[in-house]
Design a protein around this ligand. Structure first.
Ligand code: ZN
Length: 237
């Protein structure tokens, strides 16, 4: 690629990253002002003078990772499509009737049409809006996609138009109930859907670890070893 163009793109990526950070709104989108604005932003938040070279050396990789993951999260509908195409072929859905599979697909498509996904806030799925936290997006594509598909999984679990047999084919558990069951269900959906979309077991597990491993175990959340084992089982089946 033309180096000058590459250079302009690098600064645009840095500017996008800065504008999404707390206090970053002041970074101008104007190409003429972007370099100065980005350097000023990093100088302000890092409490030291940042030259253009310092910024490129220290933050370009981080900004690229953030922007690539943000692009995936923003274009999430595209990443769900291969899963829809594979619902009829996955072994775990084989015992379903074709009517159940059709109901599932209709519900997934309706969900796709109505859900909004927003980068920012805390990661959750409330009232038809999924938020994916900036800090999660900053971890990169695998973590951001797992977190997003986990939240879609919460929507699948509570969706009244999806038959119970479909939900049982995604995840069942002998003892866990309530929100702990919901967390494992959402992990199971994320693992199955991402795997059907061509993400490798390694990408899925590292994404799950990035998204979940820091969460302690509590009344609502199973511990990481339990969740990890569940994800392994889902990827194996
Ligand atoms: Zn959850």
């Amino acid at each position: 690629m033309n180096t000058q163009l590459e250079d302009i793109r690098s600064w645009q990526v840095l500017a996008t990253y800065c504008r999404d950070q707390p206090g970053g709104q002041g970074v101008s989108p104007s190409p003429r002002l972007v370099r100065a604005g980005v350097c000023a932003y990093f100088s302000k938040v890092m409490f030291m003078e940042y030259s253009e070279k310092d910024v490129l050396d220290d933050f370009l990789e981080i900004a690229k990772r953030y922007c690539d993951a943000k692009f995936m999260v923003t274009n999430w509908r595209h990443y769900l499509t291969p899963f829809e195409a594979r619902v009829g072929k996955l072994p775990r859905f084989k015992s379903l009737t074709s009517q159940e599979r059709d109901q599932f697909l209709t519900a997934i498509r309706a969900m796709k049409a109505r859900l909004s996904v927003v980068v920012g806030g805390r990661t959750e799925n409330v009232g038809g809006i999924i938020n994916v936290a900036r800090t999660v997006v900053q971890e990169g594509e695998d973590t951001a996609l797992f977190a997003l598909f986990h939240e879609i999984g919460h929507g699948v679990q509570t969706e009244g138009d999806i038959p119970g047999n479909v939900k049982d084919a995604i995840f069942t558990h002998k003892t866990e109930t309530g929100t702990r069951f919901g967390e494992l269900f959402a992990d199971a959906f994320a693992s199955i859907a991402l795997s059907a979309c061509g993400r490798s077991p390694k990408q899925i597990m590292s994404g799950a670890e990035g998204a979940l491993a820091d969460h302690g175990s509590d009344a609502d959340h199973p511990d990481w070893p339990t969740r990890k084992e569940n994800i392994y089982n889902c990827l194996g089946a």
